[in-house]
Design a binder for this molecule. Structure first.
Ligand code: FES
Length: 147
């Protein structure tokens, strides 16, 4: 079986929603301290709906495919749905990632959450802090000194 699904390869080769939204309503960034990969998400929000979303990812192919899929999954959806997005959901939509690449999809979940939080903070909208847990120290096996 191929290491990467057709869906992963498609989103890696033709990533959707790449770029920057200059007048974004919320911006979120997540990084993996071990491999150094960084993902940035820009949200345009209108009346509680994600009307546009773009991403910039400086990272591996799985991180790019995860960002592309995650942005497609939240575009046009209510903010509450965007907050529900999990790395598991992104991975399932990608028809799987190799076990040692699962952490790459975590960046997408974290960056989206941070962008929603940024929007709430900028607009003085109250929120439940438990919806925004501190990012975990993700591990990136490729970059570990012992790999
Ligand atoms: Fe670190 Fe993919 S995010 S290798």
């Amino acid at each position: 079986m191929a290491l990467y699904s057709e869906v992963v390869m498609d989103h890696f080769r033709n990533p959707r929603n790449v770029g920057v939204i200059e007048d974004a309503d919320g911006i979120g960034e997540a990084g993996n301290p071990i491999c150094g990969d960084i993902m940035k998400i820009y949200l345009k929000i209108d009346d509680g709906i994600v009307t546009d979303v773009k991403f910039e990812t400086f990272g591996c192919g799985s991180a790019i495919a995860s960002s592309s899929m995650a942005t497609e999954m939240i575009k046009g959806k209510p903010l509450a749905d965007a907050l529900q997005l999990t790395n598991k959901g992104v991975t399932e939509a990608l028809e799987g990632l190799p076990a040692h690449k699962l952490h790459c999809s975590v960046l997408a979940e974290e960056a989206i959450k941070m962008a929603v939080k940024d929007y709430y903070d900028k607009n003085g909208i109250p929120y439940d802090k438990s919806d925004f847990p501190e990012p975990e120290e993700a591990s990136c096996p490729h970059s570990s000194p012992n790999a």
